[in-house]
Design a binder for this molecule. Structure first.
Ligand SMILES: Cc1cc2nc3c(=O)[nH]c(=O)nc-3n(C[C@H](O)[C@H](O)[C@H](O)COP(=O)(O)OP(=O)(O)OC[C@H]3O[C@@H](n4cnc5c(N)ncnc54)[C@H](O)[C@@H]3O)c2cc1C
Ligand code: SF4
Length: 497
């Protein structure tokens, strides 16, 4: 046999992928080595394998020949395919991970990597944009994207008279309403088989979290239903409660589409257009729609661009000289190991669903790791493994750049460090917590608050020159020396020193 094979990687499951055009067959490789590369959440591996197998089934239903292989590695799978089917060419879209395209094309001269990908902005386009400026401000990039795709535009001006409606967002959590239930897919025979395979592998494959019904889409049809349900039910309040947290509410008004976007089941532009349509039809207000579109065509594409531009460097940076390990309660996803109500709730969510929303990731988990001084690489690896939507490209900018300020401010002008007061303002966690926000030195003091002042104190020299840190540093200077000593002592106990 000869002809052209389209090799579809696990995060490129788009039925309209350019690599499928004119292909004689499709190759999909389920790599056990890939699943064991990190400690991945069991539900993440389940989702990826389920999505790959569903993708193969849907192609076969369209009459396309598929070679679906379970192999110990991608290399084994590819060489097996070449031996068995003898294609004259194996073509794939550029993999998202830096350097992976070169590695895969070095496996055999028949492998050809197309420059196309499933993002709206290619690495070359982003590098061009970046080369024209000193600072890579997300806001500039976002405006360019809005103009480029004509999203929420009135000629050259933003619809509604502003680019950003955040002043109307970031409200405290509501006391009198709860979020509508998100779309839930129904499991099928493929999921049952994946579950059985994972049960069998569980002795040899390190996995975290617990098994549970699949809650994220594994097919394009499911992902489209999830997007539609979000736009109808949750988008109207998405903006208002974007930063709010409520105990036991896993998903709030968030879209739950990141895993579908990252698998290739949805395209960023169709998500943005669906939200824009909801605005045009009067079904969702501008603050929510603009906020959502900013996440999808702004933040997501910006993070992708930053990764491709300086991901390797970023992954090695450690501006705050942070060397602590990830806390055991976090690595083991063990909510019982902490009395901190906020952390307990978020860890329960990650253990049970492999998901936490943005503010839980940034201001609870990320903030905790920043204040404890967790080593950026260790934190990045943990986030990568624990989340349903974790991929290398999304980790370095979000974890090292945004949450841990490991690049010393190239992405974010100041660290996202916050005391317990922030969590109290944006959630209902503190009401039921055994720790107190009223003092900052005793054993009962909120660990976030103790660690916050200790963080500022330990990083005084690095942060003193940062204009945006002027106020927090001034407040630090107001603390009496004796109290600061007590804070240091208590913080050292919390940090296990
Ligand atoms: C420490 C940390 C770790 C993160 N890890 C991941 C990750 O592993 N995978 C991932 O896709 N996102 C990650 N994010 C970004 C963001 O938190 C998630 O995309 C979002 O929570 C996913 O849930 P959702 O689909 O309900 O998103 P929504 O809140 O409803 O937002 C809509 C969409 O916007 C996109 N988006 C928004 N912000 C970002 C961002 N900063 N980076 C990339 N996409 C963004 C996502 O595709 C998301 O689905 C991380 C953020 C932080 C601070
Ligand atoms: S008091 Fe502190 S530890 Fe407890 S829930 Fe509030 S922020 Fe979290």
């Amino acid at each position: 046999m000869s002809g052209r094979t389209a090799w579809v990687l696990a995060d490129q499951l788009s039925p309209s992928s350019p690599v499928l055009e004119g292909a004689d067959r499709v190759l999909l490789i389920e790599s056990v080595a890939g699943a064991g590369r990190l400690v991945f959440h069991r539900q993440k591996i389940h989702l990826v394998w389920s999505a790959m197998r569903h993708f193969a089934r849907d192609l076969e239903r369209r009459g396309i020949e598929v070679d679906y292989r379970r192999a110990s590695s991608l290399r084994e799978g590819l060489l097996g395919h070449i031996d068995d089917l003898g294609p004259s060419q194996v073509v794939l879209l550029e993999p998202s991970t830096i350097g992976a395209g070169e590695k895969l094309s070095a496996l055999d001269p028949r492998v050809e990597v197309l420059e196309d990908g499933l993002f709206l902005t290619s690495p070359v386009e982003f590098a061009d944009w970046a080369s024209e400026r000193k600072q890579l401000r997300m806001e500039d990039f976002y405006r360019r994207q809005r103009r480029r795709f004509g999203l929420l535009m009135d000629g050259d001006e933003p619809l509604g008279g502003a680019w950003n409606f955040d002043a109307e967002n970031r409200k405290r959590p509501p006391k009198d309403s709860s979020p509508p239930r998100p779309y839930r897919p129904r499991e099928d025979e493929i999921d049952r088989q994946v579950r059985a395979d994972l049960d069998e592998l569980s002795g040899n494959l390190p996995m975290s979290g617990v098994d549970g019904p699949r809650i994220f889409p594994a097919t394009r049809a499911e992902a489209q239903r999830a997007l539609k349900s979000f736009c109808e039910q949750r988008l109207p309040d998405f903006g208002r409660y974007q930063d709010a947290m409520l105990g036991g509410e896993r998903f709030m008004w968030h879209a739950l589409i990141s895993s579908s976007l990252n698998l290739g089941l949805l395209s960023p532009l169709e998500c943005a257009r669906a939200a824009e349509d909801a605005y045009t039809a009067g079904r969702a207000p501008i603050n929510s729609v603009e906020g959502f579109i900013r996440q999808v065509i702004g933040w997501r594409e910006y993070v992708w661009g930053v990764y491709r531009l300086r991901g390797r460097v970023l992954a090695g940076e450690n501006a705050l000289n942070a060397h602590a390990p990830v806390p055991k309660a976090v690595t083991e996803l063990d909510p019982e190991a902490t009395d901190m109500a906020c952390l307990k709730d978020v860890l329960t969510g990650v253990r049970d669903t492999a998901y936490a929303h943005h503010i839980e990731r940034l201001m609870v988990l990320g903030n905790l790791m920043l204040l404890l001084g967790v080593e950026p690489r260790a934190a990045t690896e943990w986030f990568h493994g624990a989340f349903i939507d974790g991929y290398e490209w999304v980790m370095a900018p979000n974890v090292a750049g945004m949450a841990l300020w490991a690049d010393g401010g190239k992405m974010m002008s100041k660290p996202y460090a916050a005391s317990g007061r922030y969590i109290d303002r944006m959630s209902d966690h503190c009401r039921g917590c055994r720790y107190s926000l009223e003092d900052r030195t005793s054993e009962d003091a909120c660990p976030f608050t103790v660690l916050y002042w200790d963080f500022l104190d330990r990083n005084r020299e690095i942060l003193a020159g940062n204009r945006r840190m002027w106020m927090p540093m001034k407040n630090l200077d107001r603390i009496e020396p004796a109290e600061l000593d007590s804070i240091r002592t208590r913080a050292a106990q919390i940090r296990g020193l």
